[in-house]
Design a protein around this ligand. Structure first.
Ligand code: ATP
Length: 549
């Protein structure tokens, strides 16, 4: 599948629109259309139901070290600024970026990739041609090799048919972090015509800043949350005290997060406003490694169950060197999105063992690692750099007769990335019979899991006469009370099926001549194209069973 096809379908059928499109759009912001809002809500509901609402704390779940409970929260987007100072986001939550003096564009440092190439460069203003060796670059795209060749042709002023005049040095594509001292004098920026126009990388904080209250001084500065997790940590005591939660337990939250990403791109994959689905799971330190493995495996299986089974989904354990300073283990659940270069994967969810870093930071102040210890970060005068709340964040376990600061396992996923992965995976093209005898044509359909499909069934009278629309409208009215369904009586039934296939509707219910005689309708399955006759009174139960909720 080509990404452009999916993007076009999303716009045409009302899944996703560019934000503020009539004003030219705003980079990094997206709107979910009438079908997209249903799809994304279903993804969030599936997560919420499977992780929180339907969790049975009386059962010992397979693979879990013990029984446990799960509750939810919905915290504010703007929180006390001290939250971000103690969490580390204020000092550390940044990316390196590079500006191009020529193109005036800004790139994320770790996104620029390139290759060394030598060729004959014609001098400007009549200067003699000379052989030059430069490092041409592109930002990560679906086909980096092609993009780099194009960049080199452009730089040397060659046509495609002269591509063999270029001498490439390495087969390997390198990052520009391979330049010592950030000397980019031989680098041609991704959109530049000249060499050496990239600036040194600079740090850029990803938090959106805003002002609380009317006066608007620096002391009133606040931030839009870059993750939902911190709301859970700062409410740890409130949850324990209000619902008598006992460790081990988890707290889940779904909500918007904001990051001023330097290079938002790849559709909704990297947006500046997005939604997260996060769990903070609190457990005894001695059991935290087991809980980490439990959550990593359980979250991976969730994506498989929702339809991402196959080689495009993988789990990647971080190397020791890659781990955040507080983490004992981290695994990313990744998906090979079609807009990434062949063989590359993008993060869907990170499952991290965070130790007691977060609760301790909010109690004591911002922590840093010294050797294998976490210690309070000090300023030049030896005072704590950022003071914590001073509140006790420990838990007293009356069974163990022990007080401890729980360790945290954090499965942190993105609702938009998950929705995008489900869309990419589900996009299928096959051959299907048309209404004309013996003829087949291409059929585009979204093979979405019925639980997340935006519309569960379409009710279609075969023809617009003989009382069929009336019966179909009645069935529609009954089903609509229980699930999102559509009614459509316009055009040939084959064409109506195709329209439903394209938006991933798993079932089509057709009212035909036989319905009027014996009260049965045909139920067509989107994936197998099988049609079975079902009594119209049994339709609701039949569809609910097939959806599997
Ligand atoms: P990346 O390295 O891709 O920027 P991250 O490691 O910073 O991601 P986390 O901080 O672990 O991401 O956030 C948890 C989840 O939130 C991610 O796995 C992803 O699903 C989602 N997420 C993070 N940033 C974005 C974004 N800019 N747009 C959409 N979803 C995002």
């Amino acid at each position: 599948m080509r990404m452009e096809e999916l993007v076009a379908l999303c716009k045409r059928r009302g899944f996703l629109f560019q934000s503020s499109e009539i004003y030219g759009g705003l980079n990094g912001f997206w709107d979910y259309g009438p079908l997209g809002v249903l799809l994304k809500r279903n993804v969030k509901d599936a997560w919420w139901n499977d992780m929180i609402a339907r969790h049975n704390e009386l059962l010992q779940l397979p693979g879990a070290p013990s029984k446990f409970s799960m509750v939810g929260l919905d915290c504010s987007i703007i929180m006390h600024p001290q939250v971000w100072k103690c969490s580390g986001h204020y000092d550390l939550f940044h990316d390196f970026m590079i500006d191009c003096r020529e193109s005036k564009k800004r790139y994320r440092f770790d996104h620029i990739k390139g290759r060394w190439v030598t060729g004959l460069k014609h001098g400007e203003n009549g200067a003699p041609a000379e052989r030059v060796r430069v490092f041409v670059t592109t930002i990560e795209t679906e086909n980096e090799l092609e993009a780099l060749e194009e960049a080199a042709l452009k730089f040397f002023g060659l046509r495609k048919k002269d591509a063999d005049k270029l001498e490439w040095e390495d087969d390997e594509i390198l990052g520009i972090d391979s330049f010592p001292n950030n000397d980019f004098s031989q680098v041609v920026g991704p959109d530049a015509k000249h060499v050496g126009t990239l600036t040194e990388p600079r740090e850029f904080n990803l938090m959106f800043k805003t002002t609380v209250g009317a006066l608007g001084g620096e002391e009133d500065a606040a931030f839009l949350r870059p993750e939902t997790a911190q709301g859970i940590f700062v409410n740890f005591k409130n949850v324990v005290d209000s619902v008598q939660a006992r460790v081990p337990f988890g707290v889940g939250q779904i909500g918007k997060s904001f990051r001023n990403e330097i290079t938002p791109r790849n559709f909704t994959f990297r947006s500046r406003e997005f939604e997260q689905m996060e769990i903070e799971f609190f457990c005894h330190p001695s059991e935290s490694a087991d809980w980490y493995r439990y959550w990593r495996d359980r979250r991976f299986q969730w994506y498989v169950d929702m339809g991402l089974a196959g080689e495009r989904l993988r789990m990647r354990e971080h190397e020791q060197a890659e781990l955040a300073h507080y983490s004992v283990g981290t695994a990313d659940i990744e998906y090979a999105f079609p807009f990434l270069p062949e063989g590359e994967f993008g993060e869907l969810e990170g499952v991290a063992h965070r130790g007691d870093f977060d609760l301790r930071s909010h109690a004591e102040g911002k922590l840093v690692r010294e050797g294998d210890q976490l210690v309070l970060e000090k300023d030049a005068n030896g005072a704590p750099k950022w003071r914590g709340s001073g509140k006790d964040m420990s838990f007293y376990d009356d069974l163990r007769k022990e007080r401890f600061i729980p360790h945290v396992i954090e499965p942190s996923s993105g609702a938009d990335r998950a929705t995008l992965a489900f869309l990419c995976e589900s996009y299928k093209v096959d051959k299907a019979p048309t209404s004309e005898e013996g003829k087949e044509e291409d059929r585009v359909y979204l093979k979405l899991h019925p639980r997340i499909a935006p519309i569960k069934a379409a009710i279609l009278p075969l023809v617009k006469k003989d009382g069929m629309p009336e019966v179909a409208a009645e069935i529609y009215g009954e089903l609509k009370k229980k699930m999102p369904v559509q009614y459509n009586e316009k055009g040939a039934v084959g064409r109506r099926y195709r329209r439903q296939d394209e938006i991933g509707t798993p079932f089509c219910v057709t009212v035909d001549g036989q319905t009027l005689q014996d009260g049965t309708v045909t139920l067509r399955d989107r994936d197998t194209l099988e049609q079975t006759r079902v009594k119209k009174d049994e339709l609701l139960v039949e569809i609910q069973q097939r959806i599997g909720e």
